[in-house]
Ligand binder design. Structure first.
Ligand code: SAM
Ligand code: SF4
Length: 459
């Protein structure tokens, strides 16, 4: 599916008047949780008035809360290979980076990495790989997925790998991956061509149509993204929204998630500067606007951003964050290496947030949110259109918070130290008091079953 750039240029070139009336109207429309048009989104992208920005931020936090409740889903990336046949100028894994130590994990090594992550308390992972016809082939990824599901308590495996054919996507679907994630990087064709000079990724259209092939292969949940900093973010956001709209029109469900990676320095990157730098303030505005424009889509934030900024973004609509991450294949074998950030030679780019999973979980709770390890929807068949139908009728929040609390209790029992347990149990009690009587009772029963040794309980 191609996207037309004409409506995007039209929305940018003919914005709504920058006045109070328009601002109030756009915010009122956002409150209906039916999304925003390209022109309305372009309008919000152009505002700089501090009062308007505060109102926008408050609305984004409120909408996230109304749809998903207080839960913030936690996950970790698992890099399986840094061998790559592409030459993306911004990436440490690019083919022409001769200084990078190359490593492709075997299926067994990937299984052991997953066990390390499981031992930290993770339940949800994202497999990530450079593009390689053999070492990141669909059949190999499927073997890795099967090995992890069959020998660990990891309950959802999402995948971020190069675009595949429909047949190869079927292999991933049959292995029961969760979300298939792929970032367009930039929707601007000339910028795309410059940044991706060779290899299969040079084909803009092949990348743009990957989600169609994934959906045609029966993968219900797909995740989009832009690599912010490569081109004008206003253009990128409108193009991403246009792709999301077309996916929904064609397949009945838009993207399950949108990620917001921001360009970071990479080892031996061919880019010496960020072509279109984005300040933290603009980045916050981008996240808040996405929450209003695609209210039902999960918004994913990685450890590319600092702990301080990540904490702020929790209030602006982010619903999933990674924690305790490494971007090096095999990087979880030695936790001290991660903490000291010595992973320079085999890693994809430099990370900003080096906190461990318990540190992130504690900070999420201190900010008033519930760390969630929940994977209930996917395992109850609530994916794609079915998930969106529940979200749009306001039913998903009724499941998210109790399930988040159940998984938090499980995490505290199995992995929490004293201080984490203390904070977590106070939070669980507070939330129990807030929930409707029937839900609270079901939750109490679930919590008791967990205390008695049962695991993996969800509503
Ligand atoms: N190789 C596949 C691809 O490119 O689609 C999948 C995995 S790639 C390792 C995951 C993502 O990392 C890319 O889509 C890109 O957006 C992001 N990335 C690459 N270099 C980056 C950098 N210097 N800073 C931040 N993110 C980067
Ligand atoms: Fe390879 Fe992906 Fe890095 Fe490009 S972004 S060089 S395709 S790993």
């Amino acid at each position: 599916m191609s996207i037309s750039l004409t409506p995007i240029h039209a929305a940018l070139e003919h914005p709504l008047p920058l006045d109070q009336h328009c601002f109030d109207e756009v915010l009122a429309k956002a409150r209906e949780k039916k999304g925003l048009s390209l022109r309305e989104t372009a309008f919000l992208l152009s505002i700089s008035n501090p009062e308007w920005r505060s109102a926008l931020f408050a609305e984004a936090g409120k909408i996230k809360d109304e749809i998903y409740g207080k839960r913030i889903v936690l996950f970790a990336p698992l890099y399986t290979s840094n061998r790559c046949i592409n030459d993306c100028l911004y990436c440490g894994f690019r083919r022409t980076n001769k200084a990078l130590v190359r490593k492709s994990l075997t299926v067994e090594e990937v299984r052991l990495q997953a066990m390390q992550l499981e031992a930290m308390g993770h339940k949800r992972l994202l497999l990530v790989a450079g593009e390689h016809p053999k070492e990141a082939a669909a059949a190999i990824i499927a073997q890795m997925v099967e090995a992890i599901y069959s020998s660990t308590d990891i309950r959802r495996l999402n995948v971020n790998c190069a675009p595949l054919s429909i047949d190869d996507f079927r292999i991933l679907r049959d292995a029961q991956i969760g979300t298939y994630q792929l970032f367009q990087e930039t929707y601007h064709p000339d910028t795309y061509a410059y940044l991706h000079p060779s290899g299969p990724k040079a084909d803009y259209f092949n990348r743009l149509t990957a989600m169609d092939r994934a959906m045609e292969a029966g993968i219900d949940d797909v995740g989009l993204g832009v690599l912010f900093g490569l081109y004008d973010h206003r253009f990128e956001i409108l193009a991403l929204l246009e792709q999301a709209r077309l996916l929904e029109e064609r397949y009945g469900a838009g993207p399950h998630t949108v990620s917001v990676p921001r360009l970071k320095p990479a080892f031996e990157s061919a880019l010496t500067t960020v072509p279109h730098p984005i300040s933290d303030e603009s980045f916050k505005q981008i996240v808040a606007i996405l929450r209003l424009a695609i209210p039902y889509t999960g918004l994913i934030l990685s450890t590319r951003e600092s702990a301080e900024l990540r904490n702020e973004l929790l209030h602006l609509g982010i619903s999933q964050i990674s924690a305790g991450s490494s971007t090096t294949p095999g990087g979880y074998s030695d936790p001290t290496k991660q903490a000291e950030n010595l992973e320079t030679t085999g890693s994809q780019f430099y990370l900003e947030d080096h906190r461990s999973l318990p540190e992130v979980a504690l900070s999420v709770m201190e900010k008033g949110f519930i760390p969630s390890f929940c994977t209930a929807c996917y395992r109850s068949g609530r994916t794609g259109e079915d998930f969106m139908a529940l979200a749009k009728t306001g039913h998903i929040a009724q499941m998210c918070d109790p399930n988040a609390l159940l998984t938090l209790q499980e995490y505290l029992l199995d992995y929490g130290d004293e201080s984490l347990q203390k904070t977590g149990l106070v939070l669980i009690d507070q939330e129990l008091a807030r929930l409707p009587a029937g839900t609270a009772e079901r939750l109490r029963q679930g919590l008791e079953r967990l205390r008695c040794g049962e695991r993996d309980i969800y509503i």
